[in-house]
Design a protein around this ligand. Structure first.
Ligand code: SAH
Length: 370
């Protein structure tokens, strides 16, 4: 391939779109990259990337010269900055450095019956939930589709025989604020990596336009909503986006999503001492969730640098869960994973650790979608 072949057009196009990962290319991009070669080469490349999870240089079905050309043209987006292992090997967290120096985190969690990867959708987050370490960082940028897919690929490589069965978009960022890239990643993870839609979960602070769009997609994925409060006064404070899309409208959108997709709806509730963990809070939550027939995931608040409130005591957690049960609400107490390596819910906060990365970029947060 030379500089003026259609192959370089393909990577130029990819670059113009701002893509940086080999997993940003769809099949037609790869076909264009291999113009002049038999069609089976595209299949071999696709299979190498998505079935064998191989680097182009290691796709041995391809001729050696082609492999080294592809290694140049199809770079990886994720460069390892730091890897930590917690929970006696059951939790792995990666800090990845991206081509532009942004840092993001990915977490792999092994359970008895499944292995789940928690994927970041943005570097930083603009939603400004004060108790969340990513919210405290502010927004850096959206991730591309490939940057999300590549996180799953890297986790799957690590998981090996244990195989990644579930993907949750619960890492850094707000996936529905980066809707197009996130949805394309969902489709690729489903279609090319072969995970079933019912094992994919998108978590949101409650961006209603995004929830309504999700309801129209052909592929029904699970929806999780980070609720944390069931009255607008408290939720306005904990999850600022509630001021734009308050609880009543959120319930309507959730109900529409559940009815249209048939997928399970769940609410996340981080239990904060004396803030949202009283029996009265449980009653309010039950009233909100009951008509939606949703599931509640409870998790004691994990500590984060800039938020003074602590997580609820085990006794409070039990009482809260008991009250929900008495009121007929299905609730699960989430086992906290990765606290020992700052990989637990709400603790993802990528810090620049290397001196040569320059000063952190801080851009104005994007406007919320209408
Ligand atoms: N922005 C999306 C995706 C991130 S998911 C969303 O908010 O849903 C991360 C989950 O961890 C959310 O449910 C979030 O509310 C929760 N979380 C944030 N900070 C937390 C903390 N300190 N302790 C426990 N959970 C937290």
């Amino acid at each position: 391939m030379t500089a003026d072949t259609p192959a370089s057009d393909a990577s130029d196009r990819a670059e113009r779109r701002g893509t940086t990962s080999r997993y940003d290319h769809d099949r037609s991009d790869l076909e264009a990259l291999l113009t002049g070669l038999p069609a089976y080469r595209t299949n071999q490349l696709w299979q190498g990337l998505y079935s064998d999870l191989a680097d182009p240089a290691d796709i041995t079905t391809l001729p050696v010269t082609l492999r080294s050309e592809l290694a140049d043209k199809l770079p990886a987006a994720l460069h390892l900055d730091h890897r930590s292992v917690g929970d006696t090997g059951q939790t792995v967290k990666w800090l990845w450095r991206l081509a532009d120096g942004s840092l993001i985190e990915t977490v792999l969690m092994h359970y008895e019956d499944r292995s789940t990867v928690c994927v970041s959708s943005q570097a930083g987050c603009a939603m400004a939930c004060g108790f969340c370490a990513t919210g405290q960082m502010g927004f850096d940028r959206h991730l591309s589709t490939g940057e999300m897919v590549e996180q799953v690929v890297r986790a799957q490589r690590e998981a090996g025989e244990r195989r990644v069965s579930n993907v949750v978009f619960m890492g850094m960022g707000e996936p529905l604020a980066n809707y197009d890239h996130t949805w394309a990643a969902v489709e690729r993870i489903h279609g090319a990596l072969g995970l079933s839609a019912r094992h994919l979960t998108i978590s949101t602070v409650g961006l209603i336009p995004g929830i309504l769009r999700l309801a129209e997609e052909g592929l029904p994925v699970n929806l999780a909503v980070s609720l944390h409060a069931a009255n607008d006064r408290l939720r306005d404070h904990l999850v600022p986006v509630n001021r734009r899309w308050p609880l009543a409208a959120l319930a309507e959108a959730c109900s529409h999503h559940a009815a249209t997709t048939g997928r399970r709806l769940s609410f996340e509730w981080a239990l904060m001492h004396d803030v949202n963990d009283t029996l009265r809070d449980a009653a309010e939550l039950a009233d909100y969730v009951g008509p939606l027939a949703a599931h509640v995931n409870l998790i004691p608040l994990n500590p984060t640098p800039d938020w003074p409130t602590r997580g609820s005591s085990p006794l409070r957690v039990r009482e809260f869960a008991g009250e929900l049960g008495n009121r007929g609400i299905n609730a699960t107490l989430r086992r906290t994973r990765g606290v020992d390596i700052d990989a637990a819910c709400g603790q993802l906060r990528a810090e620049r650790t290397s001196v040569d990365l320059g000063t952190p970029r801080r851009e104005a947060p994007p406007r919320l979608p209408d």
